[in-house]
Ligand binder design. Sequence first.
Ligand code: HEM
Length: 365
Amino acid sequence: MYDLEVTQRHSMQSVIEAEICDLVTEFRTEIKSSNGTLTIRTTFILSVLNVLWCMIAGVRYAHDDPKLVKMLEKNFGMTKAQTFIDPVHSFPFLKKVFPKFLKTDYVSKVFEESHQYSQSLINERKMEGAYLQEPQNYIDCFLKKIEESKNDAKSVYTTENLQMMIEDFMQTGSTTSVGTLNYGVLFLTLNPKVQQRCQAEIDAVVPRHLVPTLDDIEKMPYFQATILETHRLGNIVPIPIPRVAPTNWTLRGYTIPKDTIIISNHYSVHMDEEYWGDPKTFRPDRFINDKGEFVQDKHVCQFGFGKRYCIGVTLTNSVIPIYIATLLQNFNFSVLPGTSPPTTDPELGVSLSPQEFSVHVTARP
Ligand code: HEM
């Protein structure tokens, strides 16, 4: 997956470009009819899913395609219906006792629908047949591997695993990216000086009629710092996927027995007062050195660590900066006149997103 993404960096840029251009057109239409008010919650989700789908299945839907809209609503609902800290994980019998309260029936139904949908996508690619000669996307590459390893009983390349991967991408990929984009718009709205400084930097590097590329963004230190600060303070995945210790091991004098479930706490790293000084403040300058250069900081660990860190990192590091830079090229965001600034408190779920909020948006001259 990491390799697929890297080698397809160019084609990924063109899919992202097509999507963000459509989104800018949609924003322009919407703010004309709403007198500049834009409500942000699911605003980015269809667009982000389309980018994901192009990579996974080679399909780009119209935003009003009923198939896409339905799947995405279910997907969103499933994410919000689940949490990692769930009593059912320790006491599975509770599912039978309180199915309505614990939403277990609903979650099973959503999972079942996702399963059917991923199977239909796989069938489509199989019938198309190109995967054997010229695999075009993630599903094709996986199908080819299934074919090549069909005589290996221990192979991980199975149709069931492919289904699970597609469902993982659908759920984790879309909600995390959307949560980050929502926080991006919110933090820029609440911090007009940061917004203006980013716009000045973007304008100095990219002509207005062009969508910024990743090469352009590498020339924008303050904007890069703003994206990293969005990841830090947004805390989209405060408590990531639980892991299991494969062997007995020792860490800083503590013995961790084999099979222990380990849950890290990214929130406490991102909000550590001792390290950051003012962790609750949105301050991109913390990632700018004396020479005005952008400096990465390993204390921002939004994608996790080690061998099993987020598989969508390359995609996310393309989508988020290109989307936000293009929006800043085209629009100004501010708090709705006569209202209090929206809260930055999250809506809870497996991954976080700001609560629905409205902003005042004007097209830049
Ligand atoms: C802002 C966006 C994202 C954030 C903050 C994020 C965060 C994370 C984190 C913290 C983990 C756990 C890593 C660990 O255990 O050390 C993870 C795993 C994962 N992410 Fe993401 N993610 C994002 C976007 C995506 C996207 C776009 C995709 C799909 C293309 C994706 C797919 C996955 C998958 C499949 C895993 C499990 C990897 C494994 O277990 O080996 N994520 N992500």
